[in-house]
Design a protein around this ligand. Structure first.
Ligand SMILES: C[S@@+](CC[C@H](N)C(=O)[O-])C[C@H]1O[C@@H](n2cnc3c(N)ncnc32)[C@H](O)[C@@H]1O
Length: 211
């Protein structure tokens, strides 16, 4: 029996047939390379579009994270909007990272670092995190991933997550609110086309002891 290939496989077995796609990124058409074996290779995913339409402009400087970057629509947007920032596109899928590196080089977006989760130096913290997270990895792996990265937000920073309503957006909202503690506040900031956008804000000042 052939096991079904997931978009979050480290080294996809499907033929690496590269193709070109022209997509709107930060308001201008960009031609990018995609391939089978990565998430949504034929277009910008609807959830990703909802996220990109909802989020406020990212900070101009600092370190910005696209958690689960795939071939790069979110990372490319962050780097286009904030050319002076360092933009981390993190993924476990090596083919996706290779595509993102090529897409960044093609458009001279030199602030992009497309890397695996273990290749972001420990002392890097993020001014913002944008993510269309991999819900299909399962709840335990998703929660582990979010607990690894959201606490690396700088004080005053916000993580924006888009999640399909039918795939547990509201229970993820409740879990984030109940798990992250008083330093963070989670809110739903948009609901469109079957998706929710959640904002997880890290307060500027730590909560006072006993509060
Ligand atoms: C829903 S896709 C979004 C891809 C891309 N951002 C987009 O909008 O097209 C989620 C991505 O998360 C990646 N992923 C899965 N597990 C991960 C992990 N532990 N750390 C980082 N990325 C992961 C998958 O390989 C996949 O590319």
């Amino acid at each position: 029996m052939i096991e079904q290939e997931h978009y979050f496989t480290a080294d996809p077995a499907s033929a690496d047939q590269r193709r070109e796609l022209t997509v709107p990124i930060a308001g201008r058409p960009l031609t990018v390379e995609t391939a089978p074996g990565v998430f949504c290779p034929d277009r910008i995913d609807l959830g990703t579009s909802v996220l990109l339409r909802t989020v406020p402009d990212p900070p101009e400087h600092g370190d910005l994270l696209d958690l689960g970057c795939g071939w790069g629509p979110v990372t490319l947007t962050l780097a286009s909007l904030s050319p002076e920032a360092r933009v981390w596109g993190v993924d476990v899928n090596h083919r996706a990272l290779d595509l993102l590196r090529r897409n960044a080089a093609r458009h001279d977006l030199t602030g992009i670092h497309a890397v695996g989760p273990d290749d972001v130096p420990d002392d890097v913290t993020f001014a913002t995190i944008w993510s269309n997270p991999p819900i299909r990895v399962g709840k335990a792996a998703l929660h582990e991933m979010l607990l690894r990265w959201i606490p690396r937000l700088e004080r005053g920073g916000t993580a924006y997550l888009v999640v399909q309503k039918n795939l547990g957006a509201d229970s993820l909202h409740a879990w984030l609110g109940g798990t992250l503690g008083p330093e963070f506040a989670t809110a739903r900031i948009a609901s469109a086309k079957g998706f929710r956008v959640l904002a997880v804000h890290r307060h500027l000042t730590p909560p006072t002891e006993g509060a």
